[in-house]
Unconditional design. Sequence first.
Length: 109
Amino acid sequence: MAVKYTWSIDAHKHETSGNKYISNCSYKCTASESSYSAFVMGNVVLDRPSDSDMVDYETFLGSDDTKLVAAVKAKLGASVVSENETEANTLLTAQKTPTHVWTSGPGAK
């Protein structure tokens, strides 16, 4: 099975008036495969578009975070997006093939 990467927005900060420009996003990049998943989180500050180019808050968000995720990934750039996915994949691999495990009690099992 191939690793699947899912990007999502955990929270965002926006202006309280006008078109409610979204200025800051907390994002999550999740790598998943089978029953395993791992993620990395980050934060990005978005550039403010001119008032004439800004899409209204409710229109921009719509019913999901697709447009906001696209804006975050565009701001991060392809190399940082790739670095986040690589880091999430590294954490996923560590879950699937651990090098250390917890054992209960003082005796060897």
